[in-house]
Design a protein around this ligand. Structure first.
Ligand code: ACM
Length: 594
């Protein structure tokens, strides 16, 4: 990007010109995005005016630098020229143009008294990876069609192009399948529980299942079209053979035990209830054929995600049908039995004209011949698959799981693990020694056990997904943390104007207990991810502010009698984090655990 002197003034007289009528839908999204705040309708002009115009061109002779997603954007005081090889490139250029307008452009209400200026720039922009995804789990908690669309709409702002829709799990089946009515009449319903998912009481005898949610096929088509307009492909996931309790609740004969189960409401059940499809029953493959046939028709993207993760195989070990499959096919381990299952599932997927992708466990028993792998347990699965010349999407939990804590658990809503913004940002998706052509890209995953509503989904997603977006888009050599943070901070007022929730956890002091190497005495180091912050602290039980002692880099020791350390970050006189109060006991516990 080159910033040039001057600016373009957008006003009600600004016209738009399209080189191809096919760009109309892309322009309309931009029009919609700015209409509420500006009140401008910005009509399409049939001739190309010399001034006051936003001109969108598809190159007649492809620009080899830009590829299929890049664009060139030139803003002068007279006109805006946006050119690309494809509609997708034009759409991304329009997202950039939107970002160049003042933050108030994102408001849902008419904003008066603002000059809608765009700085003069010359931008040439194209992505590093072609797979830039986010996953939303709609099984653990259901998100309505409108909520999913809102999520997708925000993804488009940051040039994500894959929305991975986790449509089934133990806690709810979320998609209508014709001819299998119990999937939604039973599988989409569970007893209501509120609070700490995973610790809930199991369904009680006679308790009605009244917490429901699923998408009709019309809903699915609508969301697919909504995403397609934003150049986002939807990757549907049906998670088998495990994570299948909702499917098994609907059709109990599919499991090894055949026992009747309720859809799980977030109570402990793993290894106790049989949430795994039996590999030795024809009905398993018949129902998957029916399901995947319809999924293949509903979703135009090239891939179907078949899950494959975390299959507890204890029921297979005891079931004569599964054991017979192993004997007949010369399989020696239960992992090989899963491999056999995955190969049969791949045949189904291929027969319906799609490619299969699964979590990295599908490698364990021998990878299906054409399957792509989503590496989540770390990067080893991705490395192994790439070395076998299979395509890989990198989504290691330690860098990409958006359901993890992003700040100190003492001041964040309960979840598990830790993934601070910098751990997302500094992730490099191509492991050393791996042929980068097999690394399709990167994906952030938002599992929803602890995400009961859209506001919290937004909070967990932003800003960490901005880091994922940048890892997916920007050449590794161009990444710059301080510059990224400055741009994240410039986006916060835009999220505010849009009324999108986001986390400011990146400003929190990071508390690191250590033991003095000589005396083994507890000491505390403090740091921040973001530069230009000062951390203040207290031991006296009161809340520190910028009049308190400032942390200078020397580890702190608890004064005699003190039991709690309180820390807070400031930028100048502005408080940037909540006060975090941590006890000696908690510090000792973390020393043991981390
Ligand atoms: C997963 O997180 N179980 C894919």
């Amino acid at each position: 990007m080159q910033l040039l002197p001057g600016k373009f003034m957008l006003n009600a007289q600004t016209a738009c010109w399209l080189s191809h009528d096919s760009l109309r839908s892309d322009w309309e999204i931009f029009q919609q995005d700015i209409r509420q705040a500006t009140g401008f309708s910005l009509p399409i002009s049939t001739h190309l005016p010399a001034r006051h115009v936003i001109a969108l061109h598809i190159f007649s002779k492809p620009d080899s630098l830009l590829g299929s997603e890049g664009y060139r954007l030139t803003v002068t005081p007279e006109k805006i020229d946006l050119a690309a090889n494809t509609r997708t490139g034009i759409f991304y250029g329009l997202q950039t143009l939107l970002q160049l307008l003042p933050p108030q452009v994102e408001s849902h209400e008419l904003v008066k008294g603002i000059a809608w200026t765009i700085p003069c720039v010359q931008i040439v922009d194209y992505p590093r990876f072609h797979w830039r995804g986010l996953m939303l789990d709609v099984s653990r908690h259901f998100f309505t069609k409108q909520e999913v669309e809102a999520y997708i709409d925000e993804m488009a702002r940051f040039k994500f192009n894959v929305f991975h829709w986790h449509l089934s799990d133990d806690n709810g089946w979320r998609i209508e399948i014709k001819g299998l009515p119990r999937l939604t009449s039973v599988g989409a319903w569970r007893v209501s529980r509120t609070g700490d998912f995973g610790t809930f009481a199991p369904p009680q005898p006679g308790e009605p299942a009244d917490d429901r949610g699923y998408y009709t096929q019309d809903d699915i088509r609508e969301v697919v079209a909504f995403a397609a307009k934003r150049h986002i492909t939807i990757l549907p996931e049906i998670d088998v053979p495990a994570h299948s309790l909702a499917l098994i609740a609907a059709y109990p004969n599919l499991s090894c035990t055949g026992l009747p189960y309720a859809v799980n409401p977030g109570s402990p059940f793993y290894r106790i209830l049989d949430n795994v499809l039996c590999t030795g029953k024809d009905s398993t493959y018949l129902i998957l054929d029916t399901i995947f046939a319809q999924i293949a028709r509903l979703f135009p993207g090239p891939y179907i995600h078949v899950g494959g993760d975390e299959a507890y195989k204890g029921f297979w070990a005891q079931d004569p049908r599964d054991q017979a499959v192993m004997q007949q096919n010369g399989l020696h381990t239960l992992e090989e039995l899963q491999g056999y299952f995955e190969r049969r599932v791949e045949q189904i997927i291929l027969a319906h004209g799609k490619k299969m992708i699964g979590w990295d466990e599908i490698l364990e028993g021998g990878l299906a011949p054409e399957a792509a792998v989503m590496s989540w347990r770390g990067i080893q699965g991705g490395i192994a698959a790439a070395k076998l010349h299979h395509d890989v999407v990198m989504s290691p939990w330690g860098h990409c799981y958006l359901d993890l804590y992003q700040g100190d658990p003492l001041v964040e809503p309960k979840t598990y693990g830790m993934l601070r913004l910098d751990s997302c940002y500094f992730y490099e998706p191509v492991p050393p020694g791996v042929d980068s052509s097999y690394i399709l890209g990167i994906q952030g995953n938002l599992w929803a056990e602890h995400v009961p509503n859209l506001r919290h989904a937004e909070y967990m997603t932003w800003p960490r997904a901005l880091a994922i977006a940048e890892v997916g888009w920007t050449p590794a050599a161009e990444k710059n943390w301080d510059d990224f943070i400055a741009r994240v901070e410039a986006l916060f007022p835009r999220f505010d104007a849009q009324e999108i929730k986001y986390a400011t956890s990146m400003y929190q002091p990071i508390i690191q207990p250590v033991r003095d190497s000589l005396t083994a005495e507890l000491e505390v180091k403090l740091r921040t991810q973001v530069a230009n912050l000062q951390v203040y602290y207290s031991f006296d039980g009161t809340n520190p502010d910028y009049f308190y002692p400032a942390y200078q880099g020397k580890p702190l020791r608890f004064p005699k009698g003190a039991t709690t350390l309180r820390v807070v970050s400031y930028r100048g006189k502005q408080q940037m984090s909540p006060v975090i109060a941590i006890s000696v006991d908690e510090l000792q516990r973390r020393l043991g655990n981390y």
